[in-house]
Write a protein that binds this ligand. Sequence first.
Ligand SMILES: *Cc1c(COP(=O)(O)O)cnc(C)c1O
Length: 386
Amino acid sequence: MIPYGKQDIQQSDIDAVVEVLTSDFLTQGPKVPAFESAVADKVGAGHALAVNSATSALHIACLALGLREGDWLWTTPITFVASANCGLYCGAQVDFVDIDPKTYNISVSGLKEKLEQANSENRLPKVLVVVHLCGQPCEMQEIKALADEYGVKIIEDASHAIGGKYKNNYIGNSCYSDITVFSFHPVKIITSAEGGMALTNSDKLAWRMSLLRSHGITRDPSQMTQDPDGPWYYQQVDLGFNYRMTELQAALGLSQLERLDEYVTKRHALAKRYDELLKDLPITRPYQHVDSYSGLHLYVIRLKRNELSVSHGEVFESLRAQGIGVNLHYIPVHTQPYYRQFGFKAEDFPEAISYYQEAISLPMYPTLSKGEQNEVVESLRKALRL
Ligand SMILES: *Cc1c(COP(=O)(O)O)cnc(C)c1O
């Protein structure tokens, strides 16, 4: 089976992890802060907080922004459930803005309309989670202008997008948002096994997130309510979690980070080759916004259903049967049973539904060979019955 995504582990990664295993610290040693500064330096962010997953990063990002019961979080329906669940973790309510039919990211015009409406009804969201789907950045300048106008905080869910650029700057610099989140799950661009990171330029948000990732405990006397009782002293000043990243994960992430640009370059070469090989087929190839350089986590095609005699499901099944591990990113979140209970109907976000009826993620990872890529294209031709 040729999977849709796959990590690349080299000897240097193994050596980095083994070195930590035989060192004094398995958790909370020097590697975690080293990984944090390396990522912050790479993308140009003021602060980076490593955690055990992007899901955890989204949770503490929402909490740090003050999201709680009575508030609203908005996001896109075409994302992994974690981008929405973080709102529910905080007791907030979740709503969605439909996608742009071209980029598949959150629609800027849809956002503008919905904000105007919400403003008139006095139910503006506190937090907007935008998702750089497939690694292609959202239109952040326009989104930030709207968010500023209505006093909405922005989290960039950049789980797909490390190594990509928006207007020539690395995604993660958080110039157009309050906090950016990366995922280092093995299918993503670089991996730390499980792992995530929250980046921000705000000292205050960084401080709050650092408390929240470790029980709400501080050892910094300037943050305590009284002078320390002694050198052993710490204070719990908030209710936090254990969302810490281990030294093993950080060592792997740090080692992988060295190959970040190489990985994204390889993904672009593969995408260019797919574009060429697929250009005569009745499908829509990914659109690349002129303002951006995608991290290219995913290569999503859309079937032109009216030009085909086979259904989306049949194409998908045929590809799997031929050993091509295609996937579908994503089932619209508002159609999940857990979200239906809040009253959402499929047709509430028609562009998301139409995307869902046509999208297929083809294999895309840096070690995918040309031969394998040809096999994917051949199998797709067969599946489309051309
Ligand atoms: C993978 C992913 C997440 C969750 O990442 P984890 O590190 O597995 O928690 C969140 N949002 C999006 C868009 C993702 O693709």
